[in-house]
Design a protein around this ligand. Structure first.
Ligand code: PLP
Length: 239
């Protein structure tokens, strides 16, 4: 009797330990991604998971790489350079910049990232154009749209999008999609739907939307990339 209770306790502890590993969390997120895609009658390969590793060490990234997760997102150019710059599997990874970009970091960003998701103003379009000409690298670009019209947030307003896209076209920038971060504490679905409709108006195939708390809704609304941090890596230390 005592032995079997002890055994149950051991099994419970093992389960608990398994659930809290990054590998196990990755399995759970993949599973949720697939069932959300299936519910939306979308192909399982039409949604890609970006593991947002900001605030977490290279060792956590490598643990997920060992499970085949090859797409990562970072908020800051400097942190990403330190973490990924010298990684020897770098060329097998797809690295996304998902945080605001200063024009003076454009060149470093163009050299490191495969996708820059935060093009949001004409000066940055100009700086990226120069950086691409100078380095010969052409990461894909997404335009960040401030769908909630929040003054403290970066992103072009929905009204300003057409102008920024026209300039990007003129500068021959490889813009392939849109990205948004809906206001906290609001139903995100209307924002996701607005982004999808803007992308379709401009014939842009990629949509980066949805985070740990709302990625299933984003998939239902058409996300092709979801950006998941906390649900994969746990809480971050504050920068
Ligand atoms: C940090 C961050 C995420 C990940 O958020 P979680 O809630 O931790 O999943 C996604 N997108 C952007 C732009 C972020 O800055």
């Amino acid at each position: 009797m005592v032995a079997s209770i002890y055994l149950l306790f051991i099994i419970w502890r093992m389960n608990y330990a398994m659930e809290s590993t990054p590998q196990n969390r990755l399995e759970q997120i993949r599973h949720r991604l697939l069932s959300a895609a299936s519910t939306a009658m979308r192909a399982p390969t039409s949604v890609r998971l970006i593991a947002v590793s900001k605030g977490h060490p290279a060792a956590s990234v490598e643990a997920l790489m060992a499970c085949g997760q090859m797409c990562f997102g970072e908020n800051r150019v400097q942190e990403a350079t330190t973490k990924f710059g010298a990684m020897h599997q770098r060329n097998q990874l797809e690295l996304h910049l998902i945080g605001p970009l200063q024009t003076n970091k454009a060149r470093q960003a163009v050299e490191l990232f495969d996708v820059i998701e935060t093009l949001d103003r004409p000066e940055l379009a100009q700086a990226l154009h120069k950086a691409m000409a100078a380095t010969g690298k052409r990461p894909r670009l997404l335009v960040q749209v401030n769908t909630g019209l929040e003054p403290q947030k970066t992103g072009v307003t929905p009204d300003g999008l057409a102008g920024l896209l026209a300039l990007s076209h003129q500068l021959d920038l490889p813009v392939t999609g849109l990205m948004c971060i809906p206001p906290a504490g609001e139903d995100p679905a209307p924002h996701f739907r607005q982004l999808t409709s803007l992308a379709s108006q401009h014939s842009l195939p990629e949509l980066s939307m949805g985070m740990s708390g709302d990625f299933e809704s984003a998939i239902a609304c058409g996300a092709t990339y979801i950006r998941v941090g906390t649900a994969l890596f746990g809480e971050r230390s504050k920068p």
